[in-house]
Design a binder for this molecule. Structure first.
Ligand SMILES: [Zn+2]
Length: 262
């Protein structure tokens, strides 16, 4: 039996959200995508009856509300600490190092980053461009990550008797680490901003994938044997992106900056 009042309450009021509908010839099922940039997008298979969407949204209400709250928090964080604001301090929790950043204009045509004694990090050159400074700091972070994470991974591999082919360190958007079937372990340079025990968890997690590629029961058993606090750390890791500073998380890439000047 239809109850228009119920429909209004369950769809409009609790969600209080507008959405866009996109038809996709490849979509087999209805999918929902929620992001800060685009809001809620409902992807439907071609020919789908859009009148069914409100009921589907209602079913997904808990998820939509959960993600909306997270995005709202993210928006507030971005407002409080805009990515374009250059850092005065850089703290690399993973290796327990803290740096005070100083910006010095000089005649150097690009921007360079140099570590000095007593925890000073000097950014010098064309420092009037925030974007160029951020790209230089990102590169410094990447170098620092290679310098520390690669030997750390090797040490953990030796300790647990794991073998891997090679390591790559990159600034990735969504993953802390991954392990290919050929045994290449990729690590996210942003791990440097996480506490030591979380980084170790990621390294050991990826090393366990060299033995069990999927998240099978055997994989978790092996991981728990290597790291008794694995379940707890896995849970904490879910909120760990908050440790990554916005200047790095939303850093312009070399590519986009080059496109602007080409
Ligand atoms: Zn995994």
């Amino acid at each position: 039996m239809q109850n228009p009042f119920m429909e209004e309450i369950s769809v409009e009021r609790p969600l209080n959200i507008t959405y866009q509908v996109r038809e996709s010839s490849r979509a087999r099922n209805v999918r929902f995508r929620l992001s800060l940039d685009d809001g809620l997008i409902v992807i439907v298979p071609r020919g789908f009856d859009v009148r069914r969407i409100p009921a589907l949204l209602d079913e997904k209400r808990a998820w939509i509300e959960h993600v909306s709250r997270r995005l709202e928090q993210q928006r507030r964080d971005l407002e409080a600490d805009p990515p374009s604001r250059l850092p005065e301090h850089v703290t690399l929790q993973a290796i327990e190092r803290s740096f005070r950043v100083r910006y010095m204009a000089s005649s150097v045509s690009n921007v360079q980053v140099e570590e000095r004694p007593h925890g000073d990090l000097i950014v010098f050159g064309r420092v009037e461009s925030n974007d160029v400074c951020r790209i230089a700091l990102r590169q410094w972070t990447l170098d620092k990550a290679k310098q520390h994470l690669v030997p750390w991974l090797v040490a953990e591999a030796d300790r647990g008797d794991f073998r891997f082919d090679k390591t790559m360190v990159r600034c990735q958007k969504t993953r802390w680490g991954s392990c290919s079937t050929r045994g290449t372990i990729s690590l996210n340079a942003k791990l440097l901003f996480l506490p030591h025990d979380l980084v170790r968890y990621v390294l050991v997690h990826e090393l366990c994938h060299t033995v069990h590629p999927s998240h099978s029961r055997a994989f978790w058993d092996l991981l728990r044997a290597q790291e008794p606090h694995a379940d707890e750390l896995r849970h904490v890791l879910r909120g760990a992106e908050r440790c990554v500073p916005n200047w790095l998380e939303y850093c312009p890439t070399r590519g986009s900056s080059a496109a602007g000047t080409a």
